[in-house]
Design a protein around this ligand. Structure first.
Ligand SMILES: [Cu+2]
Length: 170
């Protein structure tokens, strides 16, 4: 075997034995806190609720895991829409969160669970709910909000009134 072939073989072996996870992906980030009330006029079951969001870039996009606990057990079985919004989470000001974060590059933008971060959840018996999403993009840094809505997310992205939010900044 000549030197050139040996070098190529060594490079191939190095490639094959390099772990796939060894990309430039950033580490997971975790955000946690009390849910912030967006409308005092609209009663909601999240008054005592806390939440955490885990955001994990994976080299091809991002996975998200939202978990909420302390939800009023009276709404067990109900489902709620939840999304990453571009703007901040401001008490009493649902509009401050702005529109959904949308990574579409077309005009008009494509609205889907692959261009936006949809984290709908169903409340289970212990007053918790969890929503997961995997998207093919990494959201740009900013002061943003995960907004929980009164209804499940429809195919066009709407989910009814904004109830509470979790601040997420990175
Ligand atoms: Cu939303």
């Amino acid at each position: 075997m000549n030197l050139r072939r040996t070098t190529i073989l060594a490079a191939a072996v190095a490639l094959l034995t390099t772990p796939v996870v060894a990309t430039s992906a950033a580490p997971a980030q975790v955000f946690r806190g009390d849910l912030v009330d967006l409308s005092a006029a609209t009663p909601d079951p999240f008054g005592d609720a806390t939440a955490h969001l885990v955001m994990t870039p994976n080299g091809r996009g991002t996975t998200f895991h939202l978990r909420i606990q302390g939800i009023d057990p009276a709404v067990v079985g109900e489902s709620y829409g939840a999304h990453l919004h571009v703007g901040p989470c401001v008490e009493g000001n649902g509009a401050a969160a702005g529109p959904h974060y949308n990574a579409s590059t077309t005009s008009p933008p494509v609205v889907s669970d692959q261009t936006e971060v949809w984290l709908d959840f169903t409340v289970v018996g212990d007053g918790t709910g969890a929503g997961d999403a995997t998207v093919p993009f990494v959201p740009a840094p900013g002061d943003r909000a995960v907004v929980v809505h009164a209804e499940e997310t429809a195919p066009n992205g709407t989910a009814g009134p904004r109830l509470v939010c979790l601040p997420v900044s990175w």
